[in-house]
Design a protein around this ligand. Structure first.
Ligand code: 5GP
Ligand code: MN
Length: 335
């Protein structure tokens, strides 16, 4: 499903004085990369405008090397300032999500805003809140869509290597380092443009993926020990309890990518990780699949979540063992 309705956006940007860029809660490489990339670009074109990136909460440590990330406001930490900036905005870009609910506590401020909204996102079933919409589920990352938007607005000459680094990061993380089926020849052409701009591609991979602390790898060891395979359903799942997280000095982002190890098993096409979060009293769930197995549908139907056909997330209010029992029943009923 593709919507490209950006006619008049350039004029609206030019006349807006207060611009805010927001992305989803628990922001990932694509959310942070697209927000920062667009922010830096708009700052190049319009240095005199007041522009802010506001994220619902902090991003994981493995993204802390991103250029200019100290400019970001966090809604949970800097609440009154964030609210004020959202209330003052005449234009708000919503990136890498398509339903206010995905921004958690920030949702009310967005709903109350009088600003015009610009939605740029690649998830399914967008809500109808934006005046300008670029929504395409076939594209691997919002960062790729930001580059296309920059081309459409004819701002390519303002691109810098810092902007390129931000966009490269989101394209890399959301395409599984260019291996998911959503990686197209256009993706690679954009990546080539970014490298030509001076982006040090190898360094970005190293900064993001080769920066683990020992406790993260020890936690990965625990996760691998907890791995269960349901061979007849071509499924595998991992669980991590709060106690296991605590014992291994867990920090946000440490479990990123763990679920992919389950999916890397021969003859496994569906992988899930269940991570206990005692303070929120939920089990956070990440689902990954190959081919026609639609984990977006599974997450929406059973785990109050969503995402993409082959990568989705959700949650459960049940205990860990009840959640796993529920999942095993889903396997029996659906596969
Ligand atoms: P992850 O498993 O890496 O947290 O997320 C995978 C994909 O699912 C991402 O595209 C993310 O935006 C989406 N996702 C993760 N958690 C949720 C959720 O609770 N609700 C919805 N709607 N999407 C989610
Ligand atoms: Mn994304």
């Amino acid at each position: 499903m593709k919507i490209f309705e950006l006619d008049g956006l350039k004029h609206t940007i030019e006349k807006s004085q207060h611009i805010v860029i927001v992305a989803h809660k628990n922001p990932d490489g694509d959310a942070v990369g697209s927000s920062l990339g667009l922010y830096l670009l708009l700052k190049e074109v319009f240095p005199q405008k007041e522009i802010h990136v506001i994220l619902p909460n902090k991003f994981p440590e493995f993204l802390e090397w991103l250029p200019q990330q100290e400019q970001i406001l966090f809604f949970d930490q800097d609440n009154s300032r964030s609210r004020e900036k959202i209330a003052q905005a005449d234009l708000i870009f919503t990136l890498d999500f398509n339903s206010f609910g995905r921004t958690g506590q920030m949702s009310q401020s967005l709903s109350a805003s009088k600003a015009e909204f610009v939605l740029i996102d690649h998830h399914q079933q967008p809500d109808d809140f934006a005046v300008y919409t670029y929504s395409d589920t076939s594209i691997g990352s919002t960062c790729e869509m930001i580059y296309t938007t920059i081309q459409h607005l004819d701002y390519t000459s303002y691109m810098t290597s810092e902007i390129g680094e931000c966009l490269y990061t989101g394209i890399m993380t959301d395409t599984g380092s260019f291996k998911f089926p959503s990686t197209s020849s256009t993706t690679h052409r954009i990546i080539a443009d970014l490298i030509d701009l001076g982006v040090d591609n190898s360094k970005i991979h190293q900064n993001t993926y080769d920066n683990s602390n020992l406790s993260r790898l020890e936690l990965l060891g625990v996760a691998m020990n907890n791995l269960k395979v349901v061979a007849e359903k071509k499924a595998a799942y991992i669980s991590l309890s709060q106690e296991e997280l605590d014992k291994n000095n867990f920090k946000k982002g440490d479990t990123e990518g763990f679920v992919n190890y389950a999916l890397s098993l021969k003859d496994v096409d569906l992988a899930v990780i269940f991570i206990e979060n005692k303070s929120e009293e939920i089990i956070k769930i990440s689902l990954r699949s190959f081919g026609d197995i639609d984990v977006n549908k599974l997450a929406r139907q059973y785990f109050e979540g969503g995402g993409h056909q082959n990568a989705a997330g959700g949650k459960s209010d049940l205990s860990m063992s009840e959640t796993i029992t529920k999942f095993e029943k889903i396997l029996t009923d659906e596969f």
